[in-house]
Design a protein around this ligand. Sequence first.
Ligand code: ADE
Length: 425
Amino acid sequence: MPTTTTMPYDVADLELADSGERLITWAGREMPVLRLIRERFAAERPLEGLRLSACLHVTSETANLVITLKAGGADVRLCASNPLSTQDTVAAALTARHGIPTFAVKGEDNARYFSHVNAVLDHRPQLTMDDGADLVAELHKTRSELLSTVMAGTEETTTGVVRLRAMARDGALKFPIVAVNEAMTKKMFDNRYGTGQSTIDGIVRATNVLLAGKTFVVCGYGWCGRGLASRAAGLGAHVVVTEVDPVRALEAVMDGYRVAPLRDIAPHADFVTTLTGDINVIDREHLELFKDGVIIANSGHFNDEINLTALRTMASEITKPRPSVEAYHLRGGRTINVLAEGRLVNLAAAEGHPAAVMDMSFANQALCAEYVAKNHATLKPAVYDVPEDIDKTIAALKLRSMGADIDILTDEQRAYLASWETGTN
Ligand code: ADE
């Protein structure tokens, strides 16, 4: 197929399309649930003719999703949901091989990033698909003339859901959005096992430093933090968790981790990774306490979990010892190593979550796109959970694809669970 096209797009180099195509095929091998959905979509065309604007990490897994949406009849445009997470090869393949206009270049600056978000909005979406809510926020803030034709949307991640709930609370949200992140088949697997493995992958690819025997601090014990803590412990690190929520902190203690305030553990940390969704989690007071050579990273959605502004003012020089490492040399002699410019290390320094978990996340995206296309007229401008039957269907399909089976309730057991008469025998 040709590597030239007349449709609008902005990718690094269309000549990279062949290697992108190979990566898309490779990821697809581990996405059996999405494959089944794609086959059904191709036959039933539930998204026929709908203009769908997507703002997602442009990876080989995302490619499998947008190809599925196109198979379902959607007229898709895609931009990146983070300036550093794009796989340029995949962006080229989507544009040149699949006819999906893609606007994403790894390393793009903020102006180009938002020009890409706007290029995708120029499509006049009827459906939106977002990861972090930049697309939806831009649509409401600067492109509100487009709102009247938007039917509904979906949101991929915790940070996006938090933002959208704030919009709904303020009465600012103008169309219904399904929070894909809230599906059990999303957050229990993608956020936990996906983030756990891919964050370690990003840290190791960036540094090639041994984790065994090191003090590894995990800031935040949500699903992502739980996953990272368990994987770091599995590699022999001494894991210390920091939290602001007493229940989560208690869970971390009973999971076997030490829990401490960041300022207490900071002088002892070899690695510190934030995954909280909040701002300045690693703040000036912690930067002042870290020991020489500490490695710090963020695996939360936005790059504001580490106070890099403060760090810059503390540094006399910044060097780049390895491609994804910036060494801040502080007046006084200490060096603080920041990975991937404080952007999500799992996507910026590695390739994001493995395809086998994105299979479930993106099966949720595809089925929720179908759901909102069918049901948008009955939904209000609010944030909705994923319908339970979608969640359960995906779990059942994934289990089957993994060769696992489960028992079925007998009629007697079903009746027992629905009754209150039977108690102590
Ligand atoms: N978010 C985390 N990992 C991802 C991946 N591999 N593709 C798309 N979005 C992601």
